[in-house]
Ligand binder design. Structure first.
Ligand code: GUN
Length: 288
């Protein structure tokens, strides 16, 4: 039976650490880290995430500002808000909750964010930094997963890591981070032939597809570390991950639950990235 990795507990430790560091930073510089979150439309899951981000900001002592815009907001209006936030000295991190409504170009919006305030790590400059092994911001979910793995004492170097899913938010940056830590990395997706044969090679298996319980026990090697990024709402209203938890837990060495695994880490790392952003910006101003 696998050891269950407690994401709630580890996220709380990270938030506690960030809160302490933010306090010291405030005492030294007088600066309170500030995060602005923009939500366009009424997607219920996005509303829940944005609420959690504001709550986490309050807990670690950051300023938080929310922009809740209707689904028919124009691209121009959003670009205008981003321009103002780029110039706003009280704001160090800017996050636009994804997905955006169809009439808005996600690429255009992300590119408009000052890359020094891009705490999601989605701006092309930050993606480039990650690819070249010199990141300014690492996307929150993959960064949170690396933190879960390292705090659990799991070795990465030399391991076979398989990432199922190739999104810009999770799959691609996750693969790069595992590669940076010397894993042999495979990325799988909907066109992968014989997916179970590939996932069975994994010492570390990351499931980030968005299909409830699709990773079954026959797709997992004995003793694998299984990280479940999926958050899927079932018809009965319950949450399920991308992994069939019970049967896979019987085979794995470590597994993350849903809820209470990766999810809370994403928010904790957003707090970490926002503090990093405030420090970077303050460092530049103070040394001018
Ligand atoms: N939607 C789902 N995950 C994320 C995330 O990490 N950042 C943003 N901005 N939107 C998301």
């Amino acid at each position: 039976m696998a050891i269950i990795i407690d994401g709630n507990k580890i996220a709380q430790e990270v938030r506690h650490q960030v809160s302490k560091e933010a306090n010291d930073f405030k005492e030294k510089t007088g600066i309170v880290p500030g995060l602005a979150v923009i939500l366009v439309g009424e997607d219920p899951a996005s509303q829940v995430y944005v609420g959690r981000k504001a709550k986490a900001c309050a807990e670690v002592g950051f300023l938080s500002r929310e922009y809740k815009l209707s689904a028919d907001t124009s691209e121009g209006e959003i670009l205008n808000i981003i321009g103002k936030l780029n110039r706003d000295q009280a704001i160090h991190g800017i996050l636009v909750q994804l997905p955006l409504p169809k009439h808005i170009s996600t690429d255009k919006i992300i590119a408009a964010i000052d890359h020094k305030k891009d705490v999601d790590g989605f701006h092309p400059c930050n993606v480039g930094g990650l690819v070249s092994g010199n990141p300014l911001f690492i996307p929150c979910t993959p960064r949170g997963i690396m933190e879960l793995i390292s705090r659990t004492g799991i070795e990465i170097a030399g391991k076979e890591a398989v990432v199922v899913g190739r999104s810009n938010i999770v799959g691609k940056p996750m693969a790069l981070l595992l590669l940076e830590k010397h894993a042999t990395v495979t990325i799988c997706h909907s066109r992968t032939k014989d997916l179970p044969a590939v996932t069975r090679r994994a010492d570390i298996l990351i499931a980030a597809v968005g299909k409830p319980q699709m990773i079954k026990a026959n797709m997992v090697k004995d003793g694998a570390v299984v990280i479940d990024v999926g958050v899927n709402r079932l018809e009965n209203g319950k949450l399920a991950g991308d992994v069939a938890f019970e049967e896979v837990a019987a085979k794995a060495s470590y597994i993350t639950p849903v809820p209470g695994g990766v999810g809370p880490m994403t928010i904790a790392m957003l707090m970490r990235n926002t503090l990093d952003a405030a420090r970077n910006i303050a460092g530049k101003i103070l040394t001018k």
